[in-house]
Design a protein around this ligand. Structure first.
Ligand code: NAD
Length: 541
């Protein structure tokens, strides 16, 4: 029984460790990496707090070291999805009545566990199974995840504080109920923190969840479950299943208690899910909440007033970190012809200096792409550029999957602003550049706005403030996260709430109160203090 209005600790961003080679933190991380590498993991599903093993075991291998077996996960079937829903619904009543400060305490503890004793394990798992270097793992799996947990606790209390006015004689209140049913969290491979937040944000608001991660992220998903458990999240609140997407969808979207989808992944899958949910609308007890953050074709557009080296660095980092597999990665750039020679020289120099290899060698800036399917898809775009009269590869262009799925960071220059790789999401280390005549600045902005179906992130570079203003106005709807004189990646929870519009998603801004609002169903309560006792109004005489 709470007899006080509690304040939660003010959220601050988890400081990023630099992992300087030879430092104690770097050694500790690499030791954890090596010891995890030499265990064979056997990863069950988690349903109602119980480990669920099946006869269908599937291998997990690091993308950068295909011959090495990291372990197995146990694949489930439709019956496991049904069990997961039943377990979630069984946990719902108690969890939805758990006082908010206890839910807050669990996630504050999860954040501190992650920042402390679980940090190396979570980062090493992300390095091993998603092929992130130490820095990329740190900003995602340790810092962003801890930030999601801490900031969301703060946003939750801010939402709960939102109360209506009360006229004399009545007391109006608003309560923020969890959704009536369960939430389906469906997560992508590329960010460990996003996977955690897709379940954690609805759960923090009192919901229960069935979570299906991407197969290629299961190894680090398991560590997220360890953190949830260690933080005291009760059994059945999050149920982790390893089934194919369509199998999960089949069961979940025909269940009357399906109350919400929290999705991050590609646009085409999201559109398919939305259609399926729409077709089944008569099945559900309530209109399901549909939240999806999807693909991008993120741009960098440069005004002639920009110092070229700023552009070179923004493109080198923004296009190629984590092998371009960030939804926010710069993948099309529009550069003025007056700056092109200097930028071209700089980017060729930078990209040629990148070292590529395994993440346990800290000097590698670039690691492997996630799997064979991604490797083949990215290679096909490179091949297309090699054979197209409209495109030229100025650096990179090689790929080799003999040891791991390694693709050289590749820069394509095209004379056609609507060339295939200026328009389609590749999700790999390929940047396509279109060089425009300086006089065409205004027309180029219109081109940027109309070239792709996506509107996730975008950056403009300009020292000329009029030009920056013009770009900000013309590109108003071209990106949900818009950057001025910065690369379009690296959004930080609490600072740049993340999400895009148009084909890039419902823009519910992960890591903000806007997202949490989707996981509550407000009830307004009006209480009359002294109820009237005569039906006659004064006007009746
Ligand atoms: P994906 O679409 O292949 O998979 C996402 C999830 O959906 C996975 O769990 C997958 O198993 C599941 N899935 C696939 N087909 C399904 C189906 N028919 N029914 C039900 N579930 C299905 O995406 P991915 O390759 O894991 O991630 C990369 C994509 O995610 C890119 O398009 C990227 O832009 C996007 N992304 C967006 C954001 C954002 O915030 N906007 C963030 C990260 C990634």
């Amino acid at each position: 029984m709470a007899n006080a209005f509690f304040n939660v600790p003010t959220a601050v961003n988890e400081p990023v460790r630099p992992y300087v080679p030879g430092s104690a933190e770097a050694e500790s991380l690499l030791n954890t990496y090596r010891s995890m590498m030499h265990e064979i993991a056997d990863i069950p599903m988690t349903i109602g707090g119980k480990d669920v093993f099946t006869d269908a075991k599937e291998e997990i291998r690091p993308p950068h070291q295909r011959e090495h077996l990291l372990g197995h996960f146990h694949r489930g079937q439709a019956e496991h999805v049904t069990q997961a829903i039943d377990a979630a619904l069984a946990a719902r009543e108690k969890w939805s009545r758990m006082p908010w400060e206890s839910r807050a305490a669990i996630f504050l503890k999860a954040a501190d566990l992650l920042a402390g004793p679980f940090r190396d394990r979570m980062n090493a798992a992300t390095m091993l199974c998603q092929s992130k270097n130490a820095f990329q793992a740190e900003i995602d799996a340790a810092c962003e995840m801890a930030d999601f947990f801490r900031f969301n606790v703060q946003y939750m209390t801010e939402i709960y504080k939102g109360q209506p006015e009360s006229a004399p004689g009545i007391w109006n209140r608003m309560e923020y109920r969890p959704l009536e049913g369960f939430v389906f969290a469906l997560s992508p491979f590329n960010f460990t923190s996003i996977a955690a937040n897709l379940t954690a944000s609805p759960v923090l608001m009192g919901n229960v969840a069935v979570w299906k991660p991407a197969n290629t992220q299961i190894y680090s998903a398991q560590v997220i479950m360890e953190v949830f458990k260690a933080a005291g999240l009760p059994d059945g609140v999050v149920n982790l299943v390893f089934v194919s997407g369509p199998v999960a969808g089949e069961v979940i979207f025909s269940h009357p208690d399906f109350a919400g989808l929290h999705y991050t992944g590609s646009t085409s899958v999201f559109k398919g899910l939305w259609k399926k949910i729409g077709n089944q609308i008569d099945t559900f007890k309530a209109y399901p909440r549909i939240v999806g953050e999807t693909g991008g074709k993120d741009f960098v557009v440069v005004h002639p007033s920009t110092p070229p080296q700023e552009v070179v660095t923004a493109l080198s980092r923004g296009a190629f970190e984590f092998q371009g597999q960030k939804c926010s990665a710069a993948s099309r750039a529009y550069l003025p012809s007056s700056l092109w020679p200097a930028i071209k020289e700089g980017i060729i120099k930078d990209v040629s200096s990148f070292k590529m290899g395994r993440p346990d060698d800290l000097s590698n800036f670039i690691n492997a792409v996630i799997d064979k399917k991604a490797f083949d898809k990215i290679a096909s775009y490179i091949d297309h550029a090699k054979s197209s009269p409209d495109a030229e590869i100025i650096v990179g262009g090689g790929y080799d999957d003999s040891e791991g799925y390694f693709i050289e960071p590749t820069v394509v220059v095209t004379s056609d602003p609507r060339y295939k790789s200026m328009v389609e999401e590749i999700f790999g280390p390929v940047l396509t550049i279109y060089v425009y005549e300086d006089a065409d600045w205004h027309r180029t902005l219109e081109l940027v706005d109309s070239t792709s179906e996506y509107a996730l992130t975008g950056a403009i570079f300009s020292k000329d403030r009029y030009a920056a203003e013009e770009a900000t106005r013309i590109l108003e709807n071209a990106a949900g996260n818009f950057y001025i004189n910065d690369k379009p990646t690296g959004a930080v929870v609490g600072q740049q709430p993340f999400g895009g519009a148009r084909g890039s998603g419902t823009n519910d801004k992960a890591g903000s109160y806007l997202n949490l609002l989707r996981w509550v169903n407000a009830r307004t309560i009006k209480e009359t203090l002294v109820p009237p006792t005569d039906y006659r109004y004064p006007f009746l005489g």
